[in-house]
Ligand binder design. Structure first.
Ligand SMILES: Nc1ncnc2c1ncn2[C@@H]1O[C@H](COP(=O)(O)OP(=O)(O)OP(=O)(O)O)[C@@H](O)[C@H]1O
Length: 232
């Protein structure tokens, strides 16, 4: 479903590419971790899939569509298929939990009826039933990230992209968030997570794509990844 072919990204003010010659296929329904040291290129890969950044050379196709030749309207429909989750949650502080999630549907033109039925269901799914009227500042970090995930899944995306989603959370909350991603993936959504949390990666037994200096140095299928031996 996601197909990188010899893909490279050189940011305009840099001499070294952020990612080089990436060839990578991710199938529908997979759960993939991007790991690697700071600056390895994990976030860049996520931004390239979302088409927040454009490639310098090579190709990325999502469901057979070449991302480098999308028109403006096609770009919007591409992004609607993707739910983004961020380390710092990026919630709208002046909106309640309910309004934050509803807003994700409002901006893509969904009907008030759909919003009224979907938002409570998704909030219940992420464990936030009863918190609809709270504002983000009244929530714990774990709860804020649940809102971030609810906002990402409410539009039924094909792909969830999460950049260091547990980076600001304590261990217990981080595990709960990972379990939530696992449940979302079990329903068929492709999940891609960039993370430094190698203990979790090892425990989750999913596919692991390891990057270093913009190159894929390993691509290990479910369960074969052991970070203790890999020194990243
Ligand atoms: N907008 C940008 N402009 C210029 N250089 C950038 C930009 N974004 C990232 N880079 C550079 O590209 C390289 C890869 O960065 P990237 O953020 O993809 O790494 P990362 O593996 O996600 O790192 P971290 O784990 O610290 O988030 C780094 O050298 C970084 O400085």
């Amino acid at each position: 479903m996601i197909d990188f072919k010899q893909a490279s990204k050189l940011y305009s003010n840099r001499t070294q590419p952020a990612v080089s010659n990436i060839s990578l296929q991710v199938d529908r329904g997979e759960f993939v971790f991007f790991v690697g040291p700071s600056g390895a290129g994990k976030s860049t890969l996520i931004k390239l899939i979302f088409r927040e950044q454009a490639l310098t050379s090579g190709e990325i196709k999502i469901e057979g569509r070449d991302l480098s030749i999308l028109k403006e309207s096609e770009l919007l429909s591409h992004r609607r298929k993707i739910g983004m989750v961020f380390q710092d949650y990026r919630l709208l502080k002046q909106k309640t939990v309910y309004e934050n999630v509803a807003f994700a549907l409002e901006v893509i033109g969904r009907s008030p009826e759909e919003i009224r039925s979907k938002v409570p269901a998704v909030l219940a799914e992420v464990g936030l039933a009863g918190k609809e009227k709270a504002f983000p500042t009244e929530l714990s970090g774990g709860e804020q990230q649940r809102v971030g995930i609810a906002r990402a899944i409410v539009k039924d995306p094909l792909i969830i992209l999460a950049d260091e989603p547990t980076g600001n959370l304590d261990r217990d909350n981080a595990w709960q968030i990972m379990e939530l991603f696992e449940a979302i993936n079990r329903r068929g959504t492709t999940v891609i997570i960039a993370t430094h949390a190698l203990d979790m990666v090892e425990h989750m037994k999913k596919r692991v794509v390891a990057l270093e200096n913009g190159l894929i140095i390993r691509d290990e299928r479910q369960g074969s990844y052991s970070y203790e031996h890999k020194c990243i």
